[in-house]
Design a protein around this ligand. Structure first.
Ligand code: AKB
Length: 339
């Protein structure tokens, strides 16, 4: 029986899943298998060749995938984000770590089946960093991938550890086995900053104050921002995030000098963000009511990251700076959406 050749996208119903599936579906040679714990919305569903409602923790479901599909690339997007993970840290560990381990195992099995390394694209996060205090965050500026790797959230710990697992499954899986040739996955990961989409509002993250502020203004609702005005982290418009994932997927393996890459597009303070929202939506009512605990999480993330390795190795170059992201992508699409 011939199995169908697909690209597997887990967390297909999430913010990034929407954008990625839309793009993959338009690319030649990519049949998308969308997997999510909930039924996909019809818009996303119709862009997939096949969809499955199921849990990345369900071993039987993963066995079923092996019997029905030949998987050539995996975008493992399913995860519980940083704020949500702090409410149920052990569940977060289960989903974020065991879920990733299951998919890596699936990737290795598939690589052995078809004798070619399955590409495994893993969205990591600026949450993998942990700045020791605000003075350090303010004084060091842009941080490199290997600096300040002491995250303070369960989500950040999970992401950092999964980056390491990816490296292991790519290079050292069952390194003592004598029976067959090692055939790991081709693991590639991006540490994403906060993402802002015109089409979806994030849930359960801590960088959510940016997109929440903007979408609330477009809906004509007041917004109380949960961090201080001077809070700074890097952000990126969703189309640039999707472009980056696809560019890293397509990069020749010999050009890659790392398995995990920082990327960034702009690093506004919460006040800069609010100012731009007010420029575009005159009636926006934005106040600042910091929540000490969530503030602590954002303060532990770097003000900005150094993405020179991504620029050098696979040509990362975002098309949207902050002004352009608002003027050309976010505001026109958001206005249409809420009109
Ligand atoms: C979150 O806020 O948890 C995410 C992230 C920065 O990875 N958006």
């Amino acid at each position: 029986m011939a199995r169908r050749q697909v690209v597997l996208v887990t967390g297909a119903g999430g913010e990034m899943g929407h954008g990625l599936i839309d793009r993959l579906a338009d690319m030649e040679g990519y049949d998308v298998l969308g997997l999510d714990i909930k039924r996909l919305n019809p818009e996303v569903e119709k862009r997939c060749t096949s969809t499955i409602v199921g849990d990345v923790l369900d071993d039987r479901l993963l066995d079923r995938l092996v019997s029905e599909f030949e998987i050539h690339a995996i975008f493992h997007l399913a995860a519980l984000l940083s704020t949500r993970s702090e409410f149920t840290p052990e569940t977060a560990h289960e989903v974020n770590v065991r879920g990733t381990l299951n998919l890596l195992k699936l990737g290795v099995e598939q690589s052995r089946w078809h004798g070619r390394r399955v590409k495994f694209l893993f969205p990591s996060s600026i949450a993998a960093f942990g700045m020791p205090n605000l003075e350090t965050k303010r004084s060091v500026g842009r941080v490199l991938e290997d600096q300040f790797n002491l995250p303070t959230t369960m989500y950040g710990c999970n992401k950092l550890y999964c980056e390491h697992l990816g490296f292991y499954y790519a290079n050292h899986y069952r390194q003592l086995a004598v029976d067959d040739k090692p055939q790991g996955v081709d693991f590639r990961s991006i540490r994403f900053p906060g993402l802002v989409s015109a089409f979806t509002v994030p849930h359960g993250g801590t960088s959510d104050y940016g997109p929440e502020m903007l979408h609330a203004a477009a809906r004509g609702e007041p917004y109380a921002c949960f961090v201080r005005p001077d809070t700074q982290i890097s952000f990126m418009a969703m189309p640039d995030a999707i472009d980056a994932l696809l560019a890293l997927m397509e990069a020749p393996a010999e050009d890659l000098t790392r398995h995990v890459y920082n990327i960034t597009a702009f690093a506004p303070t919460a006040e800069d963000f609010a100012r731009l929202v007010r420029e575009h939506f005159e009636k926006a009512e934005i106040t600042f009511e910091p929540d000490e605990r969530r503030q602590g999480i954002v303060d532990s993330w770097p003000a900005d990251v150094d993405d020179s390795a991504a620029r050098r190795d696979w040509g990362f170059s975002p098309q949207y700076d902050l002004q352009r992201a608002f003027a050309d992508y976010l505001v026109p699409n958001i206005r249409r959406r809420y009109e």
